[in-house]
Write a protein of this length. Structure first.
Length: 235
């Protein structure tokens, strides 16, 4: 009788222990849920494209995240936030000062929102068309003319001008020729870590002459053939 009671006790102990751990493909689970097998997979229908708006379907694979409570969810998707091509805005003319000094102006502004920390990749290409100061003829004085592009980051409204990003410069000059035509391009790619919230890109153009004189002054038409791309890589 005692042996029977002992055996029953061991049986129930084994059953209760096994109920605390569930094994799939194994009779000896090592964790609360143990899925065994070198090619085993798991399907959670609450995360599929039908039931979860963050799953965009199309055969793509998305990052699976775990929160502080241990809950699984699909992370915010990395990818393109926006792209503008061909003409960012109404073309803008920027002239040097009458003595070829530096002048600048904002060409374009784009606001975007991040839902979590991200590495933001900003690519831009800006066209420039160089003319004499009055805009009536091509440049033919042989002096160097510099067209710059760069951008500031902002809070969706106001640019933080304490730090410029993506500065790039093209130098233009020609001599004894008033028939030269066509665009000169500036392009740049910058990666910047940003936190969640509303941000903005403020794209600027500036011009500067190669000689501090009235005959070296000129103008540039910015913005006839352009592109701006903003991509977020969430982490």
């Amino acid at each position: 009788m005692k042996n029977t009671i002992l055996l029953c006790g061991l049986y129930f102990f084994t059953v209760l222990t096994s109920l605390a751990q569930v094994g799939i493909g194994t009779t000896i689970p090592q964790e609360a849920l143990h899925v065994a097998g070198n090619s085993s997979t798991i399907r959670i229908e609450g995360l599929n494209s039908t039931n979860n708006i963050k799953n965009l379907g199309g055969g793509d694979i998305y990052n699976l995240m775990v929160d502080e409570d241990g809950d699984l969810t699909i992370g915010n998707q990395s990818g393109e936030i926006m792209s503008d091509y061909d003409n960012l805005s109404v073309p803008i003319v920027i002239q040097t000062t009458p003595t070829a000094g530096l002048n600048s102006a904002e060409l374009y502004q784009k606001t975007f929102t991040l839902t979590q920390n991200a590495l933001v990749v900003i690519n831009y290409t800006i066209s420039m068309d160089f003319y004499n100061y009055g805009g009536t003829a091509a440049i033919d004085d042989g002096r160097s003319k510099m067209g710059h592009n760069y951008f500031y980051l902002g809070d969706g409204t106001t640019a933080d001008i304490s730090k410029a990003y993506g500065m790039t410069t093209s130098v233009y000059a020609n001599s004894d020729c008033d028939t030269a035509s066509g665009y000169v391009y500036n392009s740049q790619s910058v990666s910047i870590p940003l936190g969640p919230g509303t941000h903005s890109v403020h794209l600027y153009g500036s011009v500067y002459g190669g000689d501090a004189s009235a005959t070296a002054a000129f103008r540039v038409l910015f913005g006839n053939r352009d592109s701006l791309e903003i991509h977020a890589l969430y982490y």
